[in-house]
Ligand binder design. Structure first.
Ligand code: IPM
Ligand code: MN
Length: 349
């Protein structure tokens, strides 16, 4: 029995989690585990109604769950930053979810905008540091609103934070990947403090993982190669900001936001799983968004909880439905509604 906090959040988040839960519920009957879901109405609507983003009492409750299943955060009527910082980033920081794990995998038959590349070329995982870097909130304004205004936004990189992220990436690469190649994505030619620390730590702990081949690339070059030679990558480890950026690019080459999922992890503690796309206000309530991202996030959650077989079988069902039934992975072009897609996956399972 797993206690799951379900946070639909904003916009299409509600449709996403409904579809994801549909498949998780089908899995529990089949694989002999039970989910005990409790829903929370955090997000833009609650904020506008009550002024609350993430009450302390709710945060305390969330720590008692086995996992958190999140839809999306971001509301068109709420100033950018309030919900993102007050809810999503706050959960990542307060729960110390120091890894953001984002698989980039192209399933057979799925359209990729990258010409002449197929499933054998696009199959890697990004390990994004999730609690430091430019996301730490360090910095501030000086002389705000004047012509001499100064805005400073600092990237915080601690030896502790960098090392635990790199160790996770090495461990993951060794345990879960066949090729066992780990690429550090940085910018050592310009960010000579932050990525000096990353690179030094990378080469210091690397020898403890002799099975893992080490590689380094600058973030701009990675953007180029993710399009030109995605087959070069197996596991990419990087800081928070670069990880944010390159995983949107990754989502596009694997078929779009409709299928991109991620896990915010603290191994051994409550962790949070989500589609990586946003709340997509323009599609909200229409029943046309692709729920595969949420279904895949659910599969990642089961894997994290130790339900490996259920997780793999969901992934297989997703791959099969993508290849054989959906016309496209894009919202409104699937040939099925959001609910129908989740039914197809549940039935296949
Ligand atoms: C993501 C999102 C978030 C981020 C936003 C919504 C704060 O883009 O999960 O990638 O920047 O991390
Ligand atoms: Mn992002």
């Amino acid at each position: 029995m797993y206690k799951i906090a379900v946070l639909p959040g904003d916009g299409t988040g509600t449709e996403q989690v409904q579809a994801g839960m549909r498949v998780l519920e089908a899995a529990q009957d089949k694989f002999g585990f039970k989910l005990d879901p409790v829903q929370y109405d955090l997000g833009g609507e609650r904020y506008m109604r009550t002024g609350e983003v993430l009450p302390e009492s709710v945060l305390k409750e969330l720590k008692q769950f086995d996992a958190i299943f999140l839809g999306a955060i971001g509301h068109p009527d709420v100033k950018p930053g309030i919900l993102e910082k007050g809810l999503l980033l706050k959960l990542r920081f307060e729960l110390d979810l120091y890894i953001n794990l984002r698989p980039v995998k192209l399933y057979p038959g799925v359209f990729t905008p990258v010409k002449d590349k197929g499933p054998e070329d696009i199959d890697f995982v990004v390990v994004r540091e999730n609690t430091e870097g430019l996301y730490s909130g360090a910095g501030g304004f000086l002389r705000k609103g004047t012509p001499q205004e100064v805005a400073v936004q600092e990237s915080v990189n601690t030896r502790f934070g960098v090392e635990r992220c790199l160790r996770y990436a090495f461990d993951y690469c060794r345990a879960k990947r066949r090729r066992k190649k780990l690429t550090l994505c940085g910018k050592t030619n310009v960010l000579t403090y932050a990525f000096d620390l990353w690179e030094r730590t990378f080469s210091e702990i690397g020898p403890a993982y002799p099975e893992v081949e080490r590689d380094y690339a600058h973030v701009d070059a990675i953007c180029m190669w993710m399009v030109k030679n995605p087959e070069w990558f197996d596991v990419i480890v990087t800081d928070n900001m670069f990880g944010d950026i390159i995983t949107d690019l990754g989502a596009m080459i694997q078929g779009g936001m409709g299928i991109a999922a991620g896990g915010n992890l603290h191994p051994g503690r409550v962790s949070m799983f989500e589609p990586i796309g946003g709340s997509a206000p323009k599609y909200t309530g229409k029943g046309i968004i692709n729920p595969m991202a949420s279904i895949c996030a659910g599969a990642m959650m089961l894997d994290f909880l130790g339900q490996t077989e259920a997780s793999e079988k969901i992934e297989q069902a997703v791959a099969e439905i993508c290849s054989t039934r959906l016309k496209s992975l894009n919202a409104g072009e699937m040939g099925y509604s959001t609910t129908e897609v989740s039914e197809l996956v549940a039935e296949r399972l």
